[in-house]
Write a new protein. Structure first.
Lengths: 337, 445
């Protein structure tokens, strides 16, 4: 495998990892807030906080890993996205900062403040919306390269149907992924009341997720026909995604195998995400940056790959330990530890 | 001063870094203090130390959160504000930046485990062992990020052909001449600052007569470790000065208002300088600058006049240097004094003036950190990559930096305020005695 394909695959895998863990986290924030204002928090919030407290920082590192890796493997993206994304990027950072710190203030701190929880819930939906614009911009049409540098065409972005379809998809997916996971977690915790509510959420958000995905496809055909054609070329990826969606919803509906149902949700997004990514290639930012044209020099690229492998050898056992202690330890999940 | 996008980008970068470094320093230094306290608690079977470790760890969760989010901000801002720099430097110095994310990852995982497993292991040492990866992770991240900063001061590990970096050697770039002294100094000063901040808290409780045995033990522990780390910091600072004399003489010369190359050069402390470069009111220590630069009064110290005028760093960094060194001396003095009084039973180490002196040492240490970075970064001006790329060539061309600056200043204001109030509330309502009583009712662990 060539260096650039290896590099982008590694990054894409991490972005996928972030997508899943962050969606769980973002959605959980929203559900926690929702539970508070509908006076049902005694049921769900303990459950949510037992899962989130030990892992929120790990979630953030997934994201840091992705963008540091992107700039490392493909330094040109720093130049293009950096110049263009100052304001949207700053807004995303500020939202992430508010979320992370107010989570800690509210959760480890002394007071259980509804305002903190509101910030935490609201940012959970705004962050995916703002981060998804980076993907939208990578489709082309929103940047202009002039003699003075790269200019970001904000007005185009705000009036583009494609951009809004991506934002919608991002938000509903977050709620859907999160609800599916938390249903499973509640099931493990033998917390029936929470499970009943969360299962309803999960079913409620399943149809909008699929509708929003279709909308993205339709809008993409208008916006970037070349990418759309590539996507049709690997239609089976999206077909598999749909299949796993159906398995997941079926199991959820039948109240069976919540764990496998969540794994199916993960596979649903895996195939859609990798289908999207593969058909996006060779462009990172259409039409300016391609993976071959922007890849870092070979020495550095090789060094990054070596470090990456060494890093994984260190991280995977640690992550397994973390999951065994907090995710798969039945007593912890049930709140007995 | 013109507020163009270069200037605004510099101000925004400086604000983010100076805000982040407060939390980063705590983030690097406090884990080792927690490690020591928990060790003593288990070893001596003394619940005081365990409650100490627990309370430090609890406060730490709050500062880590702000450290993580502001760190994420810097990481993204580097690309947003300095796109040309990242495009170029990414080719050469991406390695340690990438490794740093692994260090964070490692630390984040074990910190999560540590905080939520206090009573989950039968053998208490198993829980203590978890501090090791946290200490290693945070110290390694300081190492990696500092090596990036060192690279900006003494870039190497590549050649430039037609404006492009070729013949890249990532390890040579990472282990550049500035790395050893800088890493040593940054790590030591973080450990030291953590010790003095924790000491200041204990001393404050004692001054207010709220403190009991618990706080006395805390103060002894932090003063002893503080003295050790302060000595390490001073040693490392001396190495940093020697490094500058050899590899970055313009920074040292600007910090010392040293214009003519000469041996037996004087060290200036404070004072003022006029337009013509004449110094008044300064305290002169004869030959000391030569001694600081090379361990001998005969060492020749290169003066600022050897450099073209547009490549001289601002002279204001002199004050940052002086303040930092003064605080270094002060911390050695105050912790040394406390320990001497403690060792000789005739004296009372709990007297009020001394305790107030210790209370001051915590914030002072943090001021020294800030001054150190101001010296290091402004002393690199006008370069972003010394000798290769100037700051104004690297900055974004976007016209919106002013808006971003306003948004971030507001954010830091809010985060700072909430962080402090939450921390105060967290400990005010739960005195350690109550916690001791609750967790270890019979005084044993
Ligand atoms: C508690 C904080 C603290 C204290 C007491 C000191 N320093 Fe320091 N100093 C730092 C915290 C620091 C720092 C924040 O860690 C810096 C900023 C950049 C760096 O490499 O370390 C630094 C930089 C720095 C530099 C510039 C290095 C460079 O740009 O490459 C020099 C020459 C010194 N220090 C020298 C000293 C001396 C001679 C001290 C006498 C005791 C001293 N420092 C105390
Ligand atoms: C002396 C200098 C610095 C030190 C000692 C330091 C240390 C730290 C520490 C301890 C954290 C918290 C990490 C955690 O607990 O997970 C942190 C966060 C972070 N720092 Fe800094 N930092 C420094 C400067 C910088 C600079 C200049 C950058 C940018 C290049 C940076 C980038 C980051 C990032 C991206 C994070 C967030 C990581 C995460 O999400 O866990 N740091 N830093
Ligand atoms: C945490 C430790 C650091 C602190 C507290 C710090 C502090 C500062 C300060 C005060 C400035 C303003 C200088 C000026 O405007 O004249 C600055 C500038 C800057 N720093 Fe650092 N710095 C740190 C480490 C780093 C590292 C590791 C990097 C790179 C990865 C970095 C990149 C920059 C850049 C790009 C600028 C703007 C250009 C310039 O003015 O030189 N800094 N920093």
């Amino acid at each position: 495998m060539s260096l650039e394909v290896l590099g982008i695959s590694v990054l894409w895998i991490f972005l996928y990892g972030y997508l899943i863990v962050a969606a769980i986290d973002f959605g959980a924030g929203f559900f926690a807030y929702y539970a508070r204002i509908t006076k049902r928090e005694h049921i769900m919030s303990k459950l949510i906080s037992r899962y989130l407290s030990p892992v929120w920082e790990v979630t953030n590192v997934f994201f840091v890993f992705f963008f540091v890796g992107l700039v490392g493997f493909f330094p040109d993206t720093a130049y293009y996205l950096g110049t263009a994304l100052l304001i949207p990027g700053s807004i995303a950072i500020i939202l992430l900062s508010i979320r992370g710190s107010f989570y800690a203030f509210g959760n480890y701190g002394p007071s259980n403040n509804t305002f903190f929880l509101f910030l935490y819930g609201a940012t959970g939906l705004l962050i995916p919306a703002s981060l998804s614009t980076a993907l939208t911009i990578s489709e082309g049409g929103f940047l202009e390269v002039t003699d003075d540098g790269v200019v970001f065409l904000a007005k185009e972005l705000f009036t583009s149907p494609y951009s809004w379809s991506v934002v919608t998809l991002a938000i509903v997916s977050v709620l859907y992924i999160s609800a599916s996971f938390l249903t499973y977690y509640a099931h493990r915790a033998e917390d029936i009341e929470s499970r009943v509510i969360l299962r309803k959420f999960s079913l409620f958000w399943s149809a909008p997720t699929i509708l929003a995905s279709l909308m993205v496809f339709v809008a993409l055909r208008e916006h970037n026909p070349e990418h759309f054609q590539n996507a049709i070329g690997i239609w089976w990826m999206f077909g598999l995604s749909l299949l796993f969606f159906m398995i997941a919803t079926f199991l959820m509906y039948k109240k069976k195998m919540y764990g496998f149902s969540f794994i199916s949700v993960m596979l649903q997004f895996f195939f859609a995400f990798f289908g999207y990514g593969a058909s996006h290639l060779p462009y990172i930012i259409y039409p300016y940056v391609t993976i071959t044209g922007s890849v870092v020099n070979e020495t550095m690229g090789t060094a990054l790959v070596i470090v990456f492998i060494a890093g994984l050898l260190l991280l995977i056992p640690s992550l397994i330990l973390l999951m065994r202690l907090f995710l798969f330890d039945a007593d912890y999940v049930k709140g007995k530890k | 001063m013109e507020f163009d996008s270069v200037m605004l980008s510099r101000i925004l970068t400086a604000s983010t870094l100076l805000f982040h470094v407060i939390f980063a320093t705590i983030g690097v230094g406090v884990p080792i203090m927690i490690m020591i306290a928990e060790f003593l608690g288990i070893k001596k079977n003394d619940p005081h130390y365990l409650v100490l470790a627990r309370r430090w760890a609890r406060g730490y969760t709050i500062t880590v959160a702000v450290g993580v989010v502001t760190g994420t901000a810097i990481g993204l801002q580097l690309s947003l504000l300095w796109p040309s720099f990242m495009q170029f430097a990414g080719q050469v110095i991406a390695l340690p930046l990438f490794m740093e994310t692994f260090a964070f990852f490692f630390e984040a995982i074990f910190l999560g485990i540590y905080l939520y497993t206090w009573d989950r292991f039968k053998n208490r040492w198993a829980h203590w062992l978890l501090t090791i990866p946290v200490v290693i992770g945070s110290t390694l991240s300081a190492f990696f990020i500092t090596s990036v900063n060192s690279f900006m001061n003494t870039p190497q590990g590549f050649d430039i052909v037609n404006g492009e970096a070729v013949n890249i050697d990532p390890l040579a770039a990472m282990f550049n001449p500035a790395t050893p002294a800088k890493v040593f100094h940054v790590v030591m000063s973080s450990y030291m600052t953590a010790a003095f901040i924790l000491a200041a808290i204990a001393a404050f409780a004692l001054v207010r007569k709220k403190g009991k045995d618990y706080h006395k033990k805390a103060l002894r522990l932090t003063m002893i470790t503080g003295l050790i780390f302060a000595a390490g910091t001073a040693l490392a600072g001396d190495l940093s000065a020697k490094f500058l004399a050899e590899h970055q003489p313009e920074k040292l010369a600007a910090a010392e208002w040293h214009f003519e190359t000469e041996s037996n050069a004087d060290l200036l402390v404070f004072g003022t300088i006029n337009e013509e470069g004449e110094v008044s009111n300064a305290l002169r220590i004869p030959g000391m600058l030569s001694f600081l630069s090379g361990n001998s009064f005969d060492t020749e110290v290169i003066g600022l006049n050897e450099f073209p005028e547009d490549e001289r760093p601002p002279l204001g960094i002199h004050y940052a240097f002086d303040i930092m060194v003064m605080i270094g001396m002060y911390s050695l003095f105050i912790s040394g004094l406390f320990i001497v009084l403690m060792l000789f039973k005739r004296f009372n180490e709990w007297n009020k003036p001394l305790l107030w002196g210790i209370v001051a040492s915590g914030p002072l240490a943090m001021i020294a950190i800030e001054c150190g970075w101001i010296l290091a970064e402004i002393g690199r001006q006008p370069w972003i990559l010394r000798g290769i790329m100037k700051v104004d060539e690297a900055a974004t061309t976007s016209g919106d930096v002013g808006i971003a600056l306003a948004m971030f200043l507001l954010l830091y204001g809010v985060l700072g305020t909430f962080c402090v109030t939450v921390l105060i509330k967290m400990f005010k309502n739960r005195p350690p005695e109550a916690e001791l009583e609750k967790r270890y009712p019979n005084g044993k662990i």
